[in-house]
Design a protein around this ligand. Sequence first.
Ligand SMILES: CCCCCCCCCC/C=C\CCCCCC(=O)SCCNC(=O)CCNC(=O)[C@H](O)C(C)(C)COP(=O)(O)OP(=O)(O)OC[C@H]1O[C@@H](n2cnc3c(N)ncnc32)[C@H](O)[C@@H]1OP(=O)(O)O
Ligand SMILES: Cc1cc2nc3c(=O)[nH]c(=O)nc-3n(C[C@H](O)[C@H](O)[C@H](O)COP(=O)(O)OP(=O)(O)OC[C@H]3O[C@@H](n4cnc5c(N)ncnc54)[C@H](O)[C@@H]3O)c2cc1C
Length: 672
Amino acid sequence: MSTDKMSVKVNVDLQKERQKCNFNIQEVTFIFDGGKEQTLQRKKIEDIALNSGASIDSIPEECLGLKERYDNAVRKSCIYSRIVKNEILEITGLEALGNPVLRRTADAFFKEISPFMLHLGMFVPTIIGQCTEEQQAKWLPRALEMQIIGAYAQTELGHGTFIRGLETTATYDPETEEFVLHSPTLTSYKWWAGGLGNTANHCIVVAQLYTKGQCHGTHPFIVPIRDMETHEPFPGVKVGDVGVRMGFNTADNGFLSFNHYRIPRENMMMKNAKVLKDGTYVKVARHEKLTYGTMVFVRVTLVKEAAINLAKAATIAVRYSAVRRQSQPKPDAPEPQIIDYPTQQHKLFICIATAHALQITGDWLWRTFKDVLADMRGGNTDSLPELHALSSCLKAISTSDSAAYIEQCRFACGGHGYMLSSNLPLIYSFVTATRTYEGDYTVLLLQTARFLVKAWEQVEAGKSVTPTVSYLTLAATKEKVLWNDFAEGIIRSFQAVAARKISACAETIKRHMKTGICYEDAWQLTTVRLVSAAESHCRSVICQTYWNEITRLTASCSTNVKIVMEQLATLYLIYWALERSGDLLRYSTISEKDLNRLQERYEELLALIRPNAVGLVDAFDFRDEILRSTLGAYDGRVYERLMEEALKSPLNDGPVQASFHKYIKPLTKGKL
Ligand SMILES: CCCCCCCCCC/C=C\CCCCCC(=O)SCCNC(=O)CCNC(=O)[C@H](O)C(C)(C)COP(=O)(O)OP(=O)(O)OC[C@H]1O[C@@H](n2cnc3c(N)ncnc32)[C@H](O)[C@@H]1OP(=O)(O)O
Ligand SMILES: Cc1cc2nc3c(=O)[nH]c(=O)nc-3n(C[C@H](O)[C@H](O)[C@H](O)COP(=O)(O)OP(=O)(O)OC[C@H]3O[C@@H](n4cnc5c(N)ncnc54)[C@H](O)[C@@H]3O)c2cc1C
């Protein structure tokens, strides 16, 4: 427990909730963090970063103007970066880039987003993933020392999804051994890159590479864009801010264009392809899509990002629901805590369960990613398509589920949830963007669908398939899967649903083609079902991973921890079985009676989890400085904090605002 939790007076209802909790909270914290060592490391990092007090704002961030907010974010980014560089990276090493602890800690500094986030989040990982060793030796130390600050500019005004359609050109000039960067149209302007608008002095630019008159497709380049002394953009570079956004307003998303701007040949990131001095293009990589590596890396990390943000929202909403009392369902009885309403439990407990499901699946995906990376270092890229399919659908579903449930947490907090000081709107505005960036939801599910249809064709041809789709072999029999309501039965039924949807898509494509249309058109006509099939596949992967891993992780835990963790995982499986009852009725032998039993079991689980609800969110172990919420603080002083924050508003700086004298008074006196 951190010091702030020990010394404060805690709301009586929350105190009672904590007395009711029947399991060892710390054991669950260890599970959520991925082990005791990880918890200890996280706490150490939080202590280092937060005990300085540097994260504290005198005026709430949301009350500042746009420029002041950016200025404040840069100030705090510099302090946080110094701490990361001097103290945190020493503890974590570069593993920190794939570990949400840095982001989690950063939340204490930035209620919105750091303009430096993309420096560590994408600029540094791209140097590691796309540069030769020689290039890394040049750029990496400078980037880690924060001597240079970078952004990642891939998306353009005209194209984000379709990378092959990017228009920025990098044309090699063998006379000077330079690349000439150029933005030929308005739609070729780079757009959206975080940290680019005013902060970065370097930028990774993804451009179409031309040499000897031939285009070789998109490649990444490191581009100095601003003078290191004056910070003025170099001649030939036009850069600025993209304008006010739904969130991310301190993240400095920018635009960038080039007018025949020259960079040295060595600034092409040459791990996967090279251009020799004479302009000869040499392909190094064994897989065409290795230049997309940073995107795969970020998609993998976003699964845990989705989990952590949902855990934050659930903590706020559950604690608030224990403090808040409303209505009088029984005459003469006191107003109940809103958490006692089963409908409130239905809104909230799935959020707790989903945070665990995504965290565990995110850990598993991270391990898979590292295994594939190790294979690729040995020259074997066989597992890359499966990793791309997995990271695509898990990024899509985790960010989409997380955003939807964070919004549900806001609904669960009624009017006060709408206050920026609850932090729920800001968490939502951040997470809903993750559904779009780094690959839009639908687009990524269609990438997974492409892999699934190919896997199905392999199965039909009697060939073997990769592990995450091996269930297709079992389901190929076309028999309806026999329903049983044990966890394994639910998982097998989800797999059957996925398999049947995938095979139906493959058949539909063939049927369309028999009418004489081409494969691409037949594919388009099937995309609504393909997205649904990819979603079902992803759901079955999450359910199976969550169930298997929670069983493994709790094997040596105390009995009550095992019980409550199993209750949550079962709740997750049943929740989705009920949500997808139409699919189950269509593709398994489930009956109405079975569904009724599941519904009853679901409601029993809500009641069983109820006494442990506050303990479960306490186990996420968010310090108040990170939660930054009037509704969710550990002490539950909800109303006091709401009042305190209200009084900090600049609109409360005096009893009469200047606008009264300027406008209202003249209006009321008939002088306007
Ligand atoms: C101070 C705080 C510190 C914090 C530190 C850390 C914090 C970290 C948290 C957050 C981090 C960062 C925030 C991120 C901000 C946002 C950044 C961005 O958004 S950057 C821009 C991202 N852009 C995209 O994601 C674009 C999406 N589009 C694509 O990926 C592709 O265009 C496409 C996959 C949709 C299509 O590509 P295309 O080339 O057209 O390919 P085809 O569809 O024709 O497929 C051909 C073939 O290739 C396979 N493929 C495609 N992609 C990949 C891949 N990535 N890897 C492997 N294989 C791939 C595809 O499956 C096809 O295979 P076949 O065998 O032919 O079927
Ligand atoms: C907050 C934020 C931060 C960002 N940061 C960065 C950054 O740092 N660097 C960077 O380079 N980019 C960044 N981006 C850009 C981001 O990666 C793109 O916006 C994202 O990849 C989606 O591309 P798009 O905007 O072109 O959407 P579009 O592709 O235009 O999508 C619009 C709609 O069309 C649909 N659609 C598109 N193609 C297909 C298809 N083939 N089949 C079916 N439907 C389709 C989509 O599903 C969507 O509904 C950021 C974006 C945001 C919002």
